[in-house]
Design a protein around this ligand. Structure first.
Ligand code: HEM
Length: 147
C-alpha cells in the first residue's frame, strides 16, 4: 500500500477540486494523441485524427477525455487502494484493448502538463511532487494486470 502524508493527500485532493473535467480530460487526451501520434492507433473508431486541429475539435476525443478524467476521480476517491480500484481497468487495457503500457506514462505526463497550465502559480514544486506521485501510482495501478 502507498503511504501518503497528510500534506500529499491535501495537495492531491485540492488540486483535483480545482480542475474542470470538461477541460482537463479532453485537452490531456488530445495532447497525448498529438505529441505521441502512435497512440492514435487505439482510437481508430474516433474518425478524423489527421491534424492537431481535428484532434482538438473531435467530440469523441473530448468525450473519452472526460471518461479518462472519471478514472482519475476514482483514484482520488480511493487513494488508499488505487491498485485494487484500478484492477478491472488494468485488465481491460491489457486483455481487451491491448494498450502498450508504456503509453500510460505518456498520457499521465500530458495530464500533468494540462493540470499545471490550469493551476498556474498554485502548482508549486511541492504540489507537483505530490501530484506526480499520485500519477505514478495511477500508472502502476494500470500496469498491474499486465503479464
Ligand atoms: C478506455 C482510463 C490510458 C486507451 C478507458 C476507460 C477509462 C480509461 C476509465 C473506460 C473503461 C470502460 O469503458 O469501462 C484511463 C486512464 C488512463 C488511460 C485513467 C491513464 C491515465 C490510456 C492510454 C490509452 C488508452 C494511454 C492508449 C494509448 C483506451 C481505449 C479505451 C479506453 C482505446 C476504450 C475506448 C472506447 O472503446 O470507447 N480508459 N485510460 N487508455 N482506454 Fe484508457
Amino acid at each position: 500500500m502507498v503511504a501518503w502524508t497528510d500534506a500529499e493527500r491535501n495537495a492531491i485532493t485540492s488540486v483535483f477540486a480545482k480542475l474542470n473535467p470538461d477541460v482537463v480530460g479532453p485537452n490531456a487526451l488530445a495532447r497525448c494523441l498529438i505529441v505521441y501520434p502512435w497512440t492514435q492507433r487505439y482510437f481508430s473508431k474516433f474518425g478524423n485524427l489527421y491534424s492537431a486541429e481535428t484532434i482538438l475539435g473531435n467530440p469523441m476525443v473530448a468525450a473519452h477525455g472526460k471518461v479518462v478524467f472519471g478514472g482519475l476521480e476514482m483514484a482520488v476517491k480511493n487513494l488508499d487502494d488505487i491498485k485494487k480500484t484500478f484492477a478491472p481497468l488494468s485488465e481491460l487495457h491489457s486483455e481487451k484493448l491491448h494498450v502498450d503500457p508504456d503509453n500510460f506514462r505518456l498520457l499521465a505526463d500530458c495530464i500533468t502538463i494540462v493540470v499545471a497550465s490550469q493551476l498556474g502559480s498554485a502548482f508549486t514544486a511541492e504540489v507537483q511532487a505530490a501530484w506526480q506521485k499520485f500519477m505514478a501510482v495511477v500508472v502502476s495501478g494500470l500496469c498491474r494486470q499486465y503479464h
